[in-house]
Design a protein around this ligand. Structure first.
Ligand SMILES: NC(=O)c1ccc[n+]([C@@H]2O[C@H](COP(=O)([O-])OP(=O)(O)OC[C@H]3O[C@@H](n4cnc5c(N)ncnc54)[C@H](O)[C@@H]3O)[C@@H](O)[C@H]2O)c1
Length: 457
């Protein structure tokens, strides 16, 4: 096809080259939308590498907290916010600023509805807010975990429909000029795990076309030591789900084996430690009171839902979900049984729960099994209190309204039972066992402590 000089000057290839030059010189304006557990650290990482970064969020509290140089995520120190601020990082809620961005990264929640179906409303709301401000040559990357097809089937059509300049997504036609670029890149952070620096976690990138792939790879290559370009957005989307389904299924397996081991009088923790000495073909997973967090209990069901469109039943996901979801209720039964052995009824007993976050040493309560367990204990008539150094109080969440205050540990002996749900490193487990009347340990936190007061389950 014949193209004019003007066309060539603003072709996809040229837009691509301009973006690469801006990324290489660290002058590309980076916009991060959704400044939560994923978005805020990402924005700070770009700022640390010298990029001009703007954060966008609809939560005024977060914007105000960041403006006053405070942090709302405990693993992010205020010094890091102050440093980013000094480098020009700003957080705003006005999406007008989107047009000034060269790359826009979306890190908003992807929860399930009450019927356990994907709730993409945060993603679609965000994309609809971006679309009117879109301009030619911009890159939009979705980082929120979701089912394969979301980027191409949901994000791209909304951007194409909602922009005011009749822009289309780039699809390998290098002569097009009225285009923007779209990619998907999954977030792989492991909260609370300080053994791998965030920038050391390889970053998977899949673009809608080769231009988007190249630009998105350059974007992340600037802050991550290794990027892993894949052939499509769907491969990138599916790879994230595979990682989380792998964890979900293996945790379910070990949870089920724990229930069997308890019945057979075998110590599952010793079994896992022994099996883990095999230098190949075995990765240890550990049982617990149930799954928590915004990822493992949720993401697999995004795929299970999408699979139905293809007349496909994802049986491993359903079975793992069934086993993991039942775990909090098993824990309540174990507590009732342990009290019963001591001639006490759960109804009327005073129970202290230790640790409510969904895993150790983090300040995240989302989908925590502790909530389900506390509610079930209360329904059975127990008087429940809790202690967690990360939560001075528990208020109202999406699915609960507990209104509880963190209780001190100094009178632990007054409770009929202490239940360790989250094995925070800061707890003195020897003291807990010494002082408590009865300890139900769901995490093997008291391993090595020999006492008839401890029941491990
Ligand atoms: N938390 C993790 O460890 C983790 C790890 C890997 C992947 N993920 C995925 O990353 C995504 C984000 O998770 P998160 O834990 O950071 O969530 P989060 O709830 O901590 O943060 C999301 C932020 O997005 C903001 N937001 C919501 N709608 C918005 C809108 N329309 N415009 C602007 N901002 C909006 C919220 O106010 C919030 O600050 C999810 O898809 C999650 O599955 C999370």
């Amino acid at each position: 096809m014949h193209t004019t000089i003007t066309d060539q000057l603003s072709s996809a290839t040229l837009l691509n080259e301009r973006m690469l030059a801006k990324l290489n010189s660290r002058t590309a304006n980076i916009g991060v939308i959704g400044l939560g557990y994923v978005g805020l650290p990402l924005a700070l990482l770009f700022a640390e590498e010298g990029f001009p970064v703007t954060g966008f969020d609809i939560d005024r509290n977060k914007i105000d907290t960041l403006a006053s140089l405070h942090s709302y995520i405990c693993r992010i120190p205020e010094t890091e916010i102050a440093l980013a601020n000094a480098r020009g990082f700003r957080a705003i809620s006005d999406f007008m600023g989107i047009s000034k961005m060269d790359a826009i990264v979306i890190c908003v929640p992807t929860p399930l509805t009450e019927y356990r179906e994907p709730d993409l409303s945060y993603v679609t709301d965000t994309v609809k807010s971006i679309a009117p401000h879109l301009r030619a040559g911009q890159l939009v990357v979705l980082e929120s975990t979701t089912y394969p097809g979301t980027t191409e089937e949901v994000v791209v059509p909304l951007l194409e429909k909602g922009n005011l300049a009749n822009l289309r997504v780039s699809r390998n036609a290098s002569e097009d000029s009225n285009i923007f670029f779209v990619a998907f890149s999954p977030e792989r952070e492991d909260p609370g795990n300080n053994t791998v620096a965030r920038s050391e976690i390889p970053k998977i990138v899949g673009g809608v076309d080769h231009h988007a792939s190249e630009i998105a790879t350059a974007l992340y290559g600037a802050i991550f030591r290794r990027t892993v370009p894949v052939s499509s957005t769907t491969v990138a989307e599916m790879s994230k789900l595979l990682e989380n389904i792998y964890r979900c299924v293996n945790i379910a397996l070990v949870n089920e084996l724990k229930l069997l081991c308890l019945r057979m009088g075998i110590d599952i923790w010793e079994v896992i430690a022994a099996a883990a000495t095999k230098p190949f073909g075995f990765q240890p997973f550990y049982p617990g009171p149930g799954l928590g967090g915004h990822c493992i209990p949720i993401d697999p069901f995004y795929l299970a839902w999408k699979a139905k469109e293809f007349d496909f039943a994802t049986r491993f996901i359903e079975l793992a979900g069934e086993i993991n979801m039942a775990m909090p209720y098993h824990i309540v039964e174990f507590i009732a049984e342990a009290l019963n052995v001591r001639s006490k009824a759960l109804n009327g007993s005073k129970v202290m729960v230790l640790g409510v976050s969904y895993k150790k040493d983090i300040d995240d309560l989302r989908e925590s099994p502790a909530i389900t367990i506390i509610e079930a204990l209360q329904r059975s008539g127990a008087a429940v209190v809790y202690n967690d150094p990360y939560f001075p109080k528990i208020g109202k969440g999406r699915k609960y309204d507990l209104q509880m205050q963190c209780m001190p540990l100094d009178q632990i002996g007054q409770y009929d039972c202490v239940v360790i749900l989250t094995d925070h490193s800061s707890y003195d487990y020897q003291m807990i066992v010494d002082e408590a009347q009865l300890v139900i340990d769901t995490r093997n936190a008291t391993s090595g402590i020999v006492s008839t007061k401890v029941v491990r389950c």
